[in-house]
Write a protein that binds this ligand. Sequence first.
Ligand SMILES: Cc1cc2nc3c(=O)[nH]c(=O)nc-3n(C[C@H](O)[C@H](O)[C@H](O)COP(=O)(O)OP(=O)(O)OC[C@H]3O[C@@H](n4cnc5c(N)ncnc54)[C@H](O)[C@@H]3O)c2cc1C
Length: 401
Amino acid sequence: MPKSKKPDLFDVAVVGGGPSGRTAALKLARLGLSTVLVAPQSARPDGRTTALWQRSIGLLEDIGVWSKLSGNTESLKKMRMIDDTGRLIRAPEVVFNATEIGVEEFGFNILNRELNAVLEEACELQDTLTCISDTAESADFSPDFVTISTSGGKTFKVRLAVAADGRNSRLRETAGIEVKAWSYPQVAVVLNVDHRLPHHNISTEFHTPTGPYTLVPLPGRQSSIVCVETNEGANKLLSLTSDDLEMELERRAYSILGEFKLASEVQSFPLSGLNAQRLAGERLALVGETAHVFPPIGAQGLNLSLRDIDDLASVVAHAQARQQDIGSPAVLEIYESKRRSDIKTRTNAVDLLNRSLLTSFLPVQMARSMGMYMAGKVGPFRRLLMREGMAPGTGLYPPRH
Ligand SMILES: Cc1cc2nc3c(=O)[nH]c(=O)nc-3n(C[C@H](O)[C@H](O)[C@H](O)COP(=O)(O)OP(=O)(O)OC[C@H]3O[C@@H](n4cnc5c(N)ncnc54)[C@H](O)[C@@H]3O)c2cc1C
């Protein structure tokens, strides 16, 4: 950034260097807007994987990063759900096949460290994007501009700030946007395993009384595991030796993929949820986990965040084409109204599925079993669920190719 006494002026600032922040910065910069990304270097590589659905892949294609990733991703062609609650009322097994809704795969499973690295490189190469490796220290919201100062002593003004600085967002707090936050009595134990048998591109989710236990295909004979457990159960798993953990996870998977060998470090994430009460403030839009957090169930979190970004970019592009102020209340109001129902529906669906597994209340168990029965047997309902699982509003229509 050139040295000057007057702060620089940009169209947009994106604050936060997670996948949401970098994707938003690239997408907005590629609209031709002068964009600044304030993103500190990540402390350690992210060992998780992320399953992304069709619309998310479309966005990664749009911003030119998908082709750099596709060698190291695995396609998800079938989703299998098995009731392993061991309860009186059990649901029948359900298998969803992508070909039933006219697509080859529902999406792809991607290593987070690769996604982050490719996004980082693309940000550095994007000519309408200025990257600052600091944290945002303060933001002053006024009717005409947002003035942002960083930990490295830089100050600049923007017409629109995009907060992607995560669940503890400083920008959101400075703007006075309140959140509803909650926690679950569960922890996700997360790791990758090599296995002896092929996965055939099938993602398998066992519904257990402590939460879902999910195996998601990776390239070759490897899968990522997200095992949702009680706090006590997770502590037990985390205290096992590698050999014992491999055997325990294989036992829980009924050896469907044969013998397991650890292929990554083991991480754990306490389950929690958060919803920002508003998605926009004065010249501010919230995206990603700054706006919504929910448990890693059904692979919805980053997919939802990427839809925030897609919608924000389309609202901004529309305003830009009409030479309107991209940070005006009218433009941000449209963004807020476009996103509300998708966020609410996903948060409620994930919450409901998780709580329906934890409860011993018979009517709730019956309702869940009935839902799974219908998903297995009733064609139109199956297809609606498959399409809605990938993106809202596509339930009655085929997804785009
Ligand atoms: C175990 C697990 C599995 C998951 N699996 C899936 C899946 O399969 N599919 C899916 O769609 N989602 C999945 N998710 C959800 C997904 O990982 C998250 O939604 C996603 O990582 C959130 O990205 P984000 O960029 O919004 O937030 P974050 O990754 O939290 O990024 C926030 C960034 O902001 C930076 N920051 C903080 N403060 C400041 C500041 N003041 N200035 C500048 N920068 C700042 C931080 O350093 C960080 O880099 C999973 C989550 C978990 C826990």
